[in-house]
Design a protein around this ligand. Structure first.
Ligand code: ADP
Ligand code: MG
Length: 273
């Protein structure tokens, strides 16, 4: 994809409960708040990104399932959210059937990439419709949905919970990235790794953070997302934390993360091709 056009980021980690959905919602909101056009693709059968962005079950007529299984155009499934410039392709429990549905299909790992590329090509010259960022909220597995997301993505953004054995799960993820790079998507990059649910009262959090930085160096964002109850309360109001309580530590951390993501994108755009 072009260096200045839409950037597709897969928010991925095969572990559940590490902050993928919270990051998709709140990073997406923070990027939209500073004027970027953002599309969240809810790629998890739990549909938590959709719920957290205020999309009711009844409103999910067409979802990311229809995009990858029935190849409907992305724009048919896109819904606005209450955040200006932030839109969503919702997800629901149908997604749990994708693995079997796609098993014998042609280009089964390219379904999401094809849909996103078609959309980008169609609206290339239309600034009103063109997205600056597509954030794919991946499921907690290395299933064909995650493979589709990694194939569609320019880069991964990996939330890593500050807990025991955090790095072990990451090496499994990185092996999958290598497999995807060796075939489906040679250009797949890692935008960064974000430490989540950091608890400064817990020594383990600091140990994990230090160890992760030692191993992964500058790939780890400076911003750390603290454990903050406001972040976990907001989804039950169908709102991103930034609309629920924009001054809570969680919201502020996601604003800083958005700023780092933009910084890395600017640095990348200035690199020679
Ligand atoms: P995943 O998408 O990786 O499964 P979620 O983003 O859904 O993870 O987070 C799992 C649970 O933890 C959710 O209930 C969410 O509200 C909560 N949570 C996520 N990040 C934080 C945080 N930084 N502080 C407190 N609770 C959090
Ligand atoms: Mg999730």
């Amino acid at each position: 994809m072009s260096k200045t056009g839409t950037r597709v980021l897969a928010i991925a980690n095969q572990k559940g409960g590490v902050g993928k959905t919270t990051t998709s919602i709140n990073l997406g909101t923070a990027l939209a708040a500073v004027g970027r056009r953002v599309l969240v693709v809810d790629f998890d059968a739990q549909g938590n990104a959709s719920t957290g962005l205020g999309i009711s079950r009844a409103d999910r007529k067409l979802t990311s399932y229809d995009v990858v299984v029935d190849e409907i155009p992305l724009e048919d499934a896109i819904l606005p959210t209450l955040v200006p410039r932030l839109e969503i392709v919702p997800g629901d429990e149908n997604l749990s059937g994708v693995e079997t549905e796609l098993a014998d299909k042609a280009r089964r790992s390219y379904r999401l990439r094809d849909a996103i590329r078609n959309h980008i090509n169609k609206y290339e010259n239309d600034a009103e419709q063109r997205y600056d960022f597509v954030l794919i909220d991946c499921p907690p597995s290395l299933s064909s949905l995650t493979i589709n997301a990694m194939t569609a993505a320019d880069a991964l953004l990996v939330p890593l919970q500050c807990e025991f054995l955090a790095l072990e799960g990451l090496s499994q993820l990185l092996r999958t990235v290598e497999v995807v790079r060796s075939g489906l998507n040679p250009d797949l990059d890692i935008q960064g790794i974000v430490l989540t649910m950091y608890d400064r009262r817990n020594n383990l959090s600091d140990q994990v953070a230090d160890e992760v930085r030692e191993v992964l160096g500058s790939k780890v964002y400076k911003t750390v997302i603290p454990r903050n109850v406001r972040l976990s309360e907001a989804p039950s109001f169908g709102k991103p934390a930034l609309l629920y309580d924009y001054r809570c530590p969680g919201s502020e951390a996601y604003i800083r993360l958005a700023s780092e993501v933009l910084q890395r994108e600017r640095a990348r755009a200035m690199e020679p091709a």
